[in-house]
Design a protein around this ligand. Structure first.
Ligand code: SF4
Length: 372
């Protein structure tokens, strides 16, 4: 237990979170500094908050990594163009449709289409694929294909895309520029606003443990995600990749990343918060633990295994080779063990499912039934 001023600040921040009052940077810092018993209290409240908004449902999404080409050169990423040893691939339209059909047949109600920033996958090509999926399959489509023109984003939306993930990575503009050569945080945020304007459910997110990152900037990440009205928050540990300039850096700490997840649940109560694959890469059963600390979404990899091994943003061998059915069985068992179940709906943003987050706020925070 932290005594003195730090302990008082933690208790005050926790009380504010319980009232669902907006948390300040100072509140978030107090939560992120929690140790031992305080950390357990943080996790418990985050889990209660998850249950208040989502009941016992966890959304399972199917992710398809359809191209590992990328023109960018982010220092932390194994897909960076400077990684000349990576064998590149790009699924064609028919192949991507077939993988999508297989995922939908397994029961996934959301397909996440992810790639590097691949210029050969033009806006028109991708819009045609999205349109094909939406016409044929009963699924929501989430895109995670990086920074594009506003015209491309509009075309994807027109074609039927529902959501877009564009992680901001870090709220520190200097660190952002250092890690993503040639890119700026302000450009990234402008694109997030475009996505909002176009009617997407949007996702932002950050990495924990980046070299040069501070506790303050992580607190600011959470504030930024609230300010941009993120519907989803992808949060995971930084994992050094052997073929990147950051190969010798220390990776993000698992226990601390859990605290960031829990603080995110308190700062952004109704947000969809994935237990990211990176959690399993740094700790066996990492995603399982994340589901007890505020996370309510799991993305299962439905990319054909022979491609999946080459979609190596960071080394994550432990979960590379499992077929989708095996992953589904594993997580069904995990959810049953935790008294949860897989959601059967599309798992849209809560503000859409419930009409408005205000509805959720007006309800007793610790109701036992879900808002949806
Ligand atoms: S993080 Fe994204 S944009 Fe950057 S190199 Fe990797 S795939 Fe490309």
């Amino acid at each position: 237990m932290i005594n003195g001023a730090a302990g008082i600040m933690f208790q005050e921040a926790l009380a504010k979170a319980r009232r669902m009052a907006p948390l300040s940077v100072h509140d978030l810092l107090a939560l992120l500094r929690a140790q031992d018993q305080e950390a357990e209290m943080l996790f418990a409240l985050a889990d209660e908050m998850r249950a208040a908004f989502f009941g016992n449902e966890v959304h399972l999404r199917g992710i398809i990594e359809f191209s590992n080409y990328c023109v960018q050169n982010c220092l932390y990423c194994g897909l960076r163009r400077g990684n000349t040893e990576l064998s590149r691939y790009r699924m064609d339209k028919e192949e991507l449709m077939e993988v999508s059909r297989q995922a939908a047949a397994l029961g996934f109600k959301t397909l996440v289409l992810q790639s590097g920033e691949d210029p050969r996958c033009t806006g028109a090509v991708l819009a045609e694929i999205i349109s094909g999926i939406k016409k044929e399959l009963d699924v929501a489509v989430t895109l995670s294909v990086g920074e594009r023109s506003r015209a491309d984003y509009a075309a994807f939306k027109e074609a039927g895309a529902d959501r877009y993930l564009l992680k901001h990575e870090t709220a520190d503009p200097v660190l952002f520029r250092r890690l993503r050569p040639g890119a700026t945080l302000s450009d990234r945020l402008r694109k997030l606003w475009w996505l909002k304007e176009l009617g997407y459910q949007t996702g932002a997110g950050n990495m924990i443990g980046l070299p040069g990152q501070t506790l303050e900037s992580i607190a600011l990440d959470l504030i930024l995600m609230r300010q941009v009205g993120a519907d989803m928050a992808g949060i995971g540990p930084f994992i050094p990749h052997a073929r990147t300039p950051l190969k010798n850096c220390r990776g993000g700490d698992f226990a601390f990343t859990l605290k960031v997840l829990a603080a995110a649940r308190l700062a952004l109560p109704g947000v969809h918060l994935p237990a990211t694959t990176a959690m399993d890469a740094v700790r066996k059963d990492g995603r399982k633990k994340a589901l007890r600390c505020g996370a309510n979404v799991v993305m299962l990899n439905v990319t054909p295994v022979h491609y999946r091994r080459r979609y190596c943003i960071y080394p994550v061998r432990a979960v590379m080779d499992k077929e989708p059915e095996e992953q589904l069985n594993t997580f069904q068992a995990v959810l049953a063990e935790q008294g949860k179940k897989a959601g059967t709906g599309y798992g849209h943003a809560l503000r859409l499912a419930a009409g408005n987050l205000v509805i959720a706020r007006a309800l007793s925070p610790w109701q036992s039934s879900p808002v949806e």
